[in-house]
Design a protein around this ligand. Structure first.
Ligand SMILES: C[S@@+](CC[C@H](N)C(=O)[O-])C[C@H]1O[C@@H](n2cnc3c(N)ncnc32)[C@H](O)[C@@H]1O
Length: 125
């Protein structure tokens, strides 16, 4: 699985170098400096404790956990609409490449931002 947020200092690019140093282990995964959690999402441990000094970031993850089903439904509806709008946009753009073309996905970007802000009680990290 990929991280839910892009986060400064994320370890996504280092994963191939890191994994070869991680032994086979069935215990609990403990990540004290979670950030974007690139390694956690890559390893997908069954049992884990995560921590971060950034309380807004933790509020976000708790929001995702506590609203998971609603969030999943809303995001999959948004994704369907996004795909349709994107196709329309690309068709129009290919017909009139030098003109500004309306992007019906613009409100979607704000909608997603608001959804994620709601998860952290309007706090942006
Ligand atoms: C670079 S990120 C970690 C990346 C992550 N482990 C990964 O797999 O992508 C570092 C994180 O450590 C957190 N951090 C820094 N000092 C901390 C502390 N004293 N206690 C807990 N978290 C801390 C920061 O808030 C930041 O989110």
């Amino acid at each position: 699985m990929k991280p839910l947020v892009k986060y400064r200092g994320g370890k996504s690019k280092e994963i191939p170098h890191l994994t070869k140093h991680i032994p086979q282990y069935n215990g609990r995964y403990i990540e004290p400096f979670f950030g974007g959690g690139a390694l956690f999402f890559h390893l997908e441990p069954k049992r884990a404790i995560i921590n971060d000094i950034n309380s807004k970031l933790i509020a976000f993850y708790l929001g995702v956990k506590d609203n998971f089903e609603t969030l999943k439904t809303e995001l999959s509806e948004i994704e369907k609409l996004y795909v349709v709008n994107r196709r329309k946009f690309e068709e129009l753009k290919s017909k009139t490449p030098d003109e500004r073309v309306d992007d019906e996905n613009e409100p979607i970007y704000y909608q997603i931002r608001d959804m994620f802000n709601d998860l952290t009680e309007k706090k942006i990290f």
